[in-house]
Design a protein around this ligand. Structure first.
Ligand SMILES: NC(=O)c1ccc[n+]([C@@H]2O[C@H](COP(=O)([O-])OP(=O)(O)OC[C@H]3O[C@@H](n4cnc5c(N)ncnc54)[C@H](OP(=O)(O)O)[C@@H]3O)[C@@H](O)[C@H]2O)c1
Length: 225
């Protein structure tokens, strides 16, 4: 049986890499992008491409309706942004601050809730691209304090989602992909996209069917909340 996945935010970086790793392993993948321009690499994977601006509730609900007959072994909300870096006062603007927390914290969880019944009962995995920067006691990365707070908020919202879950039996993952060389991670990242995304897919396979909520990195190491 072919496994199926829905990957949110796959135009580039880790999302594109995850689609490549899954399709290489024979998965049937539906992938979302905000803009259908310049997704040639994504189309080359054979994935079905859908449009989703994750910060638009109407688009989330439309995708939910469109997917209502699908059954996915994996739904992974990967999309995220770095947001403002440096002095906290730079984000003293409701729109800038709102965009960051909407994209990184709230929208992923609302989207996941909307798609809950599309997970394969028992073995389905609902995964979120978090970051070890979201560990509340992590002292690193003080210049990206808002990004860190947005990922901590994501982890908290996922925890609430799991506690109130009424969907099918599911395994939940908050994933740390490593510090990866992407547009967001920058050129100094520790690892490349292939290494990170191969590990992320391995972790999905490893945890499927076991249930529970786990915060792990691409190599399978637990990350502290
Ligand atoms: N790279 C790292 O070292 C690292 C470490 C820890 C965690 N992460 C997390 O991993 C995820 C992917 O990061 P990346 O390094 O691959 O970043 P990236 O190269 O900047 O890619 C970000 C992706 O998110 C999409 N996206 C952003 N806002 C969106 C929105 N509102 N609606 C739909 N799609 C949206 C982007 O689409 P567009 O192309 O349309 O902008 C793009 O596909 C993020 O959640 C990030 O926080 C990354």
């Amino acid at each position: 049986m072919n496994r199926t996945a829905l990957i949110i935010g796959a135009s580039r970086g880790l999302g594109l890499g995850i689609v490549e790793r899954l399709t290489e392993r024979g998965w049937q993948v539906t992938a979302t992008v905000r803009n259908s321009m310049s997704v040639e690499l994504l189309r080359q994977t054979g994935a079905t491409v859908e449009i989703l601006e994750m910060n638009d509730l109407a688009q989330i609900e439309a995708l939910g309706l469109q997917m209502r007959k699908e059954c996915f072994d994996l739904i992974l909300v990967n999309a995220g942004v770095l947001g403002p870096v440096g002095d906290l006062r730079i984000a003293f603007d409701e729109q800038i601050l709102g965009q960051l927390f909407l994209t990184n914290s709230l929208a992923p969880v609302v989207l996941a809730k909307t798609l809950a019944h599309q997970l394969r009962p028992g073995t389905g995995v609902l995964a979120f691209m978090s970051s070890r920067m979201g560990s509340v006691a992590n002292p690193d990365g003080t210049d990206m304090a808002l990004y860190k707070a947005s990922k901590a908020a994501l982890n908290s919202l996922v925890n609430s989602l799991v506690s109130a879950w009424e969907g099918p039996a599911t395994t939940f993952l908050c994933l740390h992909p490593g510090w990866v060389k992407t547009d967001l991670g920058g050129d100094d990242g520790d690892i490349d996209v292939w290494t990170s995304t191969s590990g992320v897919v391995d972790q999905v396979m490893h945890h499927a069917g076991h249930g529970g909520l786990h915060f792990v990195d691409y190599a399978g190491e637990p990350v502290s909340w």
